[in-house]
Ligand binder design. Structure first.
Ligand SMILES: C[S@@+](CC[C@H](N)C(=O)[O-])C[C@H]1O[C@@H](n2cnc3c(N)ncnc32)[C@H](O)[C@@H]1O
Length: 236
């Protein structure tokens, strides 16, 4: 029997209208929708975003993933999750894996895709791009990311601000995701670089409690929500 196809679907950053028609059409015809959830809680924002688009009764199955950077623990969890997805595909049914923003940027989809490719290289995987958090946030803030010959660089703040220091002289703007845990340290670096007043903090873009702060000098250094990122623009 021919195996089903796995669709990795980006559902955009929060607003259920920021999802592609292609994603919506696929979500309406697959047999099962999978969503990653932390093993600490069972909440899936991606599921909440797509819920207005799903057919009634569409099964949404949660795949638990541990909040750790330990490669062995992660790999074991994703092997288990991959088996659950492959089980559906081997019955000849199509399945979708939904993920916040775009599947190819800092997404749990990468783990699932690579694990399935390793164990079942014949399975067809199709990826449907989504609007990233920073594309939606740049639009919400009315802040261009690059013009003319400029470049912008996307980095993670998960390990602090060293990456920012490394890159700032080699790019015109920086988009820094995952800023919440090391926010104070990142702010200190922005102060050192004299970029605090040209940095924009965007939190919960397209969701309840959305906040856009255009000049960080006026904001206390309290930890922002998990769903927050920075656009750091160098001054001319
Ligand atoms: C695991 S990454 C997911 C990135 C996602 N795949 C994308 O394309 O934007 C999580 C980080 O994305 C950013 N993020 C995702 N959704 C967001 C939103 N609605 N508002 C602000 N930041 C968001 C935050 O920096 C958060 O820490």
């Amino acid at each position: 029997m021919k195996h089903g196809t796995l669709y990795g679907i980006g559902v955009g950053p929060g607003d259920p209208e920021l999802i592609t028609l292609k994603a919506m059409n696929i979500l309406r015809r697959v047999a099962v929708v999978f969503a990653a959830v932390s093993t600490k809680n069972s909440h899936s924002l991606a599921e909440k975003i797509v819920s207005p688009h799903l057919k009634e009764g569409m099964p949404v199955k949660h795949l638990g993933f541990p909040m750790t950077r330990e490669k062995e623990i992660l790999s074991e969890a994703w092997q288990g999750n991959a088996r659950k997805v492959v089980e559906v595909l081997k019955k000849g049914e199509d399945a979708a894996f939904i993920t916040l923003g775009d599947p190819m940027i800092y997404s749990t989809f990468g783990y699932l895709m690579n694990t399935i490719k390793e164990s079942n290289p014949n399975i067809t995987i199709e990826i449907i791009p989504g609007i990233t958090s920073y594309q939606a946030g740049a639009s919400a803030a009315g802040q261009t990311l690059a013009e003319a010959e400029e470049s912008y660089t996307v980095i993670s703040g998960a390990l602090g601000s060293q990456k920012l220091k490394d890159i700032i002289d080699h790019t015109d703007s920086v988009v820094m995701l995952k800023v919440y845990r090391n926010y104070k340290g990142i702010l200190e670096t922005l102060n050192e670089l004299e970029l605090t007043d040209s940095s924009v903090l965007i939190s919960r873009c397209g969701l309840d409690g959305e906040e856009i702060v255009g000049n960080l000098k006026g904001r206390p250094d309290t930890t922002p929500p998990y769903l927050s990122f920075l656009i750091i623009k160098k001054k001319d």
